[in-house]
Ligand binder design. Structure first.
Ligand code: SAJ
Length: 414
């Protein structure tokens, strides 16, 4: 079996750029994904997700011979786990973290890990997950007959990813990082590894502090977006222009209100605060309320569209954008998608969808609406609902828009 420098488990939005950048820095990297088509695409030097310049990086990494992909891990000195950490929705409305992907990735290492290897968790995870990762691995090694398996023989670290979709390749290099090990030696080893491409500071801490600081960053942003979204609903209630209010308030030297939108999406900010709420439900009042406010925003937009649609017998409604935010193709937890699905249920409505970042409509919309170019959709519509501020929508004809009923959830045309 070939031995690699690094084995990255999970070749999604985090794992693929990380594996590729290590490969272009001369490390011999094996990328692992359970989906065969993803593995084939990468081995072909192509990508299965959209991110600026990622295609160039992956192609260079594969062509150099330093990046190969497979469905199973192999021997390496370092293992990086970058798999999803979703939540599970309980009947009572509470959400609990679902660590099944981290657990199965960790257990899969038992067949290949050797003493002194470094095992890094990059996936955003609830407090205590790095300790669980250690326990799962030792348990699995013992189950496979290595009865002397001991946690002291391996280095376990949490190094949360912090990169922003749309600017991943830049932020991968220039963002400060946190290296939180179960031991100081583990933190130090991971720091030395990331220094091969990270030009910013790498801070050493313990694993639990690393886990909570990552969750805190995204919860901080969620709370701030909730403030903007709540303000937009207050302004709608008062018949006022939220963009004007925010513009003026932001002229105060210590005020910086974020931008309201149709809700908060993506696999990070809409998910991570729940991990804190789950861990400390009595204490996390503000964080929970921010989630509730942001989750209520799509409903508010739907009500606005329904109210305008009532004025037509058979309204034609153009929904602009399905992605969770501007200039990406990611539909995970997207409020735009949720709103569009609900709009298709408005009686008598014909729904036209423009989403320049995807080539076909997702399931659940395919039979309910028509996908078309944004300009054509706007021309044909009675009501235009701007859901995502994609650059591609900036050139839409203002005179044509002026003739339509417009719901601009992002203040894009202000
Ligand atoms: N949004 C607003 N108004 C704003 C800013 C964002 O409505 O003023 C919405 C976006 O439209 C989107 C959602 O919030 O639906 C999240 O977008 P985002 O750009 O704020 O963040 P993400 O989810 O793309 O990436 C975040 C980043 N975290 C922080 O900025 C604290 C990123 O650095 C993390 O690496 C990433 O989560 C992650 O993977 O955890």
């Amino acid at each position: 079996m070939k031995k690699f420098d690094i084995c990255v488990l999970g070749l999604g939005y985090i794992g693929l750029p990380t594996a590729s950048i290590f490969a272009t820095k001369g490390k011999n990297v094996l990328g692992v994904d359970v989906v065969q088509s993803v593995v084939d695409t990468i081995n072909d030097g192509r990508i299965h997700i959209e991110e600026p310049d990622l295609d160039i990086l992956v192609k260079a990494a594969v062509q150099s011979g330093n990046l190969t992909a497979a469905t199973k891990p192999a021997e390496a000195d370092v293992f990086i786990i970058a798999v999803p950490t979703p939540f599970e929705e309980r009947g009572d409305g509470s959400r609990v973290p679902d660590l099944k992907y981290v657990e199965s990735a960790t257990r899969s290492l038992a067949a290949v890990v050797k003493k002194r290897d470094l095992v890094i968790l990059e996936s955003t995870s609830p407090v205590g997950t790095t300790e669980k990762m250690r326990d799962w691995l030792i348990e699995e090694l013992i189950a496979q007959g290595i009865s002397e398996a001991n946690e002291k023989d391996y280095y376990f670290v949490h190094c949360p990813e912090r990169i922003l979709p749309g600017q991943m390749l830049k932020e991968l290099v220039t963002n400060d990082r946190i290296s939180g090990g179960l031991t100081p030696e583990a933190s130090q080893k991971a720091k030395e590894l990331y220094e091969c491409f990270c030009t910013a500071e790498i801070f050493l801490t313990d694993a639990r502090s690393a886990e909570l600081s990552k969750l805190t960053e995204n919860s901080f942003r969620d709370v701030n977006i909730a403030f903007a979204n709540e303000l937009s609903m207050i302004c709608d209630h008062l018949g006022m222009d939220v963009w004007e209010v925010i513009k003026l308030a932001n002229r105060h030297p210590r005020v910086n209100i974020l931008t309201p939108g149709p809700g908060v999406g993506g696999h990070c900010i809409a998910v991570d605060p729940w991990f804190i709420v789950d861990a400390a439900p009595e204490q996390a009042k503000l964080i929970r309320t921010a989630r509730v406010v942001n989750e209520s925003k799509p409903e508010h937009v739907i009500a606005q569209v329904e109210s305008k649609a009532k004025r037509f017998k058979e309204p034609v409604i153009a929904c602009l954008g399905l992605a969770f935010k501007a200039n990406v193709d990611d539909l995970r937890e997207s409020p735009a998608l949720e709103i569009t699905k609900r709009i298709t249920r408005i009686e008598g409505a014909k729904v036209l969808v423009a989403e320049p970042h995807i080539s076909e409509l997702p399931k659940g919309l395919r039979d309910q609406c028509e996908m078309m170019d944004a300009g054509e959709a706007v021309k044909a519509a009675d009501i235009v609902v701007l859901l995502v501020d994609h650059k591609a929508f900036a050139s839409l004809s203002r005179p044509v828009l002026a003739e339509k009923m417009v719901i601009d959830t992002r203040g894009f045309w202000k």
